[in-house]
Design a protein around this ligand. Structure first.
Ligand code: HSE
Length: 309
């Protein structure tokens, strides 16, 4: 039996919501193909048959690769919590369509696609909400931090607000009908672990106040389809100022997006991708052209891929 799982790119933080807010876009995404064999494995119950599109960068050791690691966690959970003792062997093939270290939730997409496929392969013993826990554990393997703002929306779709990590308490926020996201991915890599290391350990109370005012207003804007409020709240006074220097031309690209009519613009996850919101598809496409043009005219002359969803 063979099952294919798909999970799309996600954008973490959404400006002000560092580690607590993220959303899924429609495409692009990663695919994981799992094949179930009845024979017992000689070593691990999950093995990696092939990885396409990673340029050889991802580990093939099942315990170190995010997509196989989360399936191992899932199988362990079935044994300890559901009394299902898996005896067979799963072969995994990963089609990596998302660029690595891009800020597009690449590792979370691989994990969520693998979990969706594994759950279906074994007769859907877990709910998506249960699977989110393993997807988050995958992030720890991928970058050393178990942040959920990519993993949760990759698994569940929509905007997801993480009210609490322990216990995990997720709030689903459906996107307003006319909200469009433009995502620009410049062809450079920024590793999440590094982009987290440049952040301050503590922040002044005044900065925190400004940040949580924006998070609350952004959530309110999303729930009431108040596009102006969404735009005004797309402000990040904590991570963006520290991470902007890691993205050549970030402020040029942001200004270009705003001039082209975007409601707001910020860094996608830990970068280097940049996202903008617009309230019409036409504007979102114009914003995409403006962002691409801005990346290409800075000193570094970066080529950028653009997606509108
Ligand atoms: N919240 C994470 C970060 C997202 O900003 O480090 C990484 O994509």
């Amino acid at each position: 039996k063979t099952v294919t799982g798909f999970a799309s790119a996600t954008i973490g933080n959404v400006a002000c919501g560092f580690d607590v807010l993220g959303f899924a876009i429609r495409e692009p995404g990663d695919e994981v193909i799992l094949t179930l064999h009845d024979s017992e494995p000689s070593t691990s119950p999950v093995s990696i048959k092939a990885i396409h599109g990673d340029g050889g960068a991802l580990p093939k050791d099942p315990k170190k690769n995010t997509s196989s690691f989360v399936v191992l966690k899932f199988l362990e959970y079935l044994r300890t919590h559901k009394d299902i003792d898996f005896q067979g062997h799963i072969e995994l093939e990963l089609r990596k369509n998302l660029p690595l270290s891009s800020g597009m939730g690449s590792s979370a997409a691989s994990a969520a696609a693998a979990l969706a496929a594994a759950n279906e392969l074994l007769g859907s013993p877990c709910t998506k909400m249960e699977l989110v826990h393993f997807a988050i554990e995958g992030e720890r393997v991928a970058c050393g931090s178990a942040h959920a703002d990519n993993a949760a929306p990759a698994m569940l779709g929509n905007f997801i607000l993480i009210r609490s990590y322990n216990p995990l308490d997720l709030v689903t926020i459906p996107p307003p009908q006319h909200l469009y996201c433009t995502l620009a991915h410049p062809h450079i890599e920024v590793r999440t672990a590094y982009a987290r290391s440049v952040l301050p350990r503590t922040i002044p109370l005044k900065t925190a106040t400004e940040q949580w005012g924006n998070v609350g207003a952004l959530v309110s804007g999303l729930l009431t389809s108040d596009y102006e409020l969404i735009g005004r709240s797309l402000v990040d006074v904590v991570a963006e100022p520290k991470r902007a220097p890691l993205i050549p031309g970030f402020y040029d690209v942001k200004n270009a997006a705003l001039e082209a009519g975007a409601l707001g613009c910020s860094i996608a996850g830990s970068g280097p991708s940049v996202f903008a919101f617009s309230s019409s598809k036409e504007t979102a496409e114009q914003v995409g052209s403006a962002m691409k043009e801005a990346f290409s005219t800075i000193e570094e002359r970066l080529d950028a891929d653009i997606w509108v969803s």
